[in-house]
Ligand binder design. Sequence first.
Ligand SMILES: [Fe+2]
Length: 451
Amino acid sequence: MISFFRAHKRTITILLVGLCAFCLYPNFDIEFLLFFPIFVLLIVSQLFWIRRVLDLGERFIPGKPRRIWLAVVATVVYAFFCAYSFTHFGILHQWHLLTTGHLPVHADPTLRSALIDGALCVWLLGSWLGFCLVMVFWTVDRGARGAIWLYRYMHDAAVNHATAPEADAIDLPSLVRRNLLRQMAIAVSATPFVAAAYGLLYGRLDVEVTHPRIRLARLPKAFEGFRIAQLSDIHISPFMTATEIRRCVTMTNEQKPDLIVMTGDYLSWDTAVQGEVVQALAGLRAPYGVFGSLGNHESITHTEESITRLFAAQGIHILRQERAPIQLNGETINLIGVDDSQTDDSWIDHLVMPGTVNILLTHVPVPDTLDWAVKYGFDLVLAGDSHGGQLSLNFLKRRISLYGLHTPYVSGLYEKSGGQLYVNRGIGTTLLPIRLGARPEITVLELTRGV
Ligand SMILES: [Fe+2]
């Protein structure tokens, strides 16, 4: 039996990696093509980094028995982290529930389990990104060596009509130099661990207040310079506490907006804290009121009715296929809200007001949002859901993130055929409590008729 495993070690490893990756996303749909390779890389990255840690142990820890003990302790700690995340409401458990279609029934994690889960998230993200960097180094190295070999082969063939040089005859870097390069590659590849820790401890809380100007040709004169603050994707949890939400409320109020709107996802999973998030948001103040719409987390936690009632008791009006005309000096703009769970368009016709600006609060900026908005007469759509990609390279291009695979609308302002869409990056997080390249955002939009 043992000899069989030894003889087929590679095949068995590949099969086990594939099986584990499938278990992490057990659905044969279009997204399987995206998630399966991601999880294969994730699992292989675990094996890679464990191997590197063992290498380090062999180099720096004297004595085999001591190394074995340390390896056993490290294995137990690693297994504990993974098991804890599965048995409590950690990232692996959340992911499992989402992908298998089971609705969450547990509360959000306690602070203690959240800290343990946070450490695991830093490890998972850091190890995955680090391994991807190693693969890039490896590919570049192999490509460079292949190019050198090809160049020399062609050069020699042209000059001497000689046969191709043997691979061994190539003047490759010395063993010492190659080892040094390898160590440098691993050191650089370890930077994602630092980046992930930064995203957990700082990037997640580094709220940015943005001030986009929105030009609306049909804006009534009285609303020139009218300022609307938008909050989105609060996701109350141990990683976004009521205290932190109140800090964002204070930041919003300090902007002295005329109107405040919220575009859904007040909860993460725990329905028991809906009163707490509503209380924290109840401090929002604006002369023309505070309005909101509902997100997918209110839908999947079945809290649409209850949280709407709780908000209403605090004077905050959640617009559920409803409108709220905002009046100023006898002129009107029309604010409309729609639930994320609303699947048909039957509610639109009697809510849109011709002759003035219609602003829609929705949650998900789906790919046809702008075409759809223009078709039905919405001048401006305010949305959230994306978290700006949460892990994003938007300094290169704002669509470069996993969310960007779903829709072109990830963050900021988009315009098409006279319709405009603003996607707020939200202030909370889901799944990974980490933000990189997508700062939490409070938006203060200034409306103008100017061209
Ligand atoms: Fe969200």
